[in-house]
Design a protein around this ligand. Structure first.
Ligand code: AKG
Ligand code: FE2
Length: 245
């Protein structure tokens, strides 16, 4: 615990160890301890929050970041191709200097799992999220047609979640799913999410080829989507609703 506190999040910061910021009096708190680190662009890293123990942490996270960045770029190309678009259609909006955060989630055993969520229902504000699951303990659920579905554990597999910004770019053809983490009373659970978002300062909007008479434009141009994300998230609202036409 003492070790963790060395990297404690400052009240006005996102990066660091602890819980999420409390922005509203009636905000639902999550049963989750996390360390949140901006890992890309490299110049924006706040190394004072990067744990020095274990010693290999920094090197491994740097490597994991560059590989995650490549995976996200490959996925954006493939997704464009699947929709019969040129490879670079989504990448153009994603930019060369994507904003990537690593979030290490720790869910302690919870005495009231029926009442308390590890993470409240939300959709990710990213372009792409790459999630490494706990090897043994299940907990992620996805909402479809108003029903929650369990995501089975797949040791060492990476789960890809489409984020709001890809939903916007694809004019709603690719959906950003609402998901949540549930708790359990016996076992702790650890997951690592890599949140890959477009370079800051780039406007995100539906690509032209995906707008036509049959499928009108569904989203406004989003400026600095991440900046407003947490205000909505902590109120349990969906930030994407604010840009729907
Ligand atoms: O821990 C999980 O299974 C989900 C994590 C997640 O959705 C998030 O960090 O946004
Ligand atoms: Fe998420």
């Amino acid at each position: 615990m003492e070790e963790k506190q060395k990297y404690a999040r400052a009240a006005d910061d996102i990066d660091g160890y602890g819980n999420d910021m409390v922005l509203y009096e009636n905000q639902t708190l999550d049963w989750n301890d996390r360390i949140y680190l901006k890992v890309h662009p490299e110049n924006d890293r706040k190394l004072k929050y990067w744990p020095e123990n274990p010693k290999s942490f920094r090197e491994i996270l740097e490597e994991y970041t560059s590989r995650s960045k490549l995976i996200a770029e490959e996925l954006l190309k493939s997704m464009a191709r699947c929709l019969n678009l040129p490879d670079d259609r989504f990448l153009k909006q994603y930019g060369d200097r994507p904003v990537i955060y690593a979030r290490f989630n720790f869910y302690p055993p919870c005495p009231r799992p029926k009442l308390v969520r590890g993470l409240k229902p939300h959709a990710d504000g990213t372009a792409i999220t790459i999630l490494l699951h706990d090897k043994e303990v299940e907990g992620l659920q996805v909402l479809k047609d108003n029903k929650w579905y369990r995501v089975p554990i797949m040791p060492y597999a990476l789960l890809v979640i489409v984020g709001d910004q890809v939903e916007i770019m694809s004019n709603g053809l690719l959906k950003s799913p609402v998901h949540r983490a549930v708790t359990n009373s016996e076992k702790e659970r650890i997951t690592v999410a890599m949140f890959c978002s477009p370079e800051s300062g780039i406007d995100i909007e539906p690509v032209e080829e995906l707008i036509d008479d049959k499928r009108p434009r569904l989203y406004k141009t989003a400026k600095d989507y991440l900046a407003t994300y947490f205000q909505y998230y902590q109120q349990g609202k969906r930030p994407i609703d604010a840009v729907k036409i």
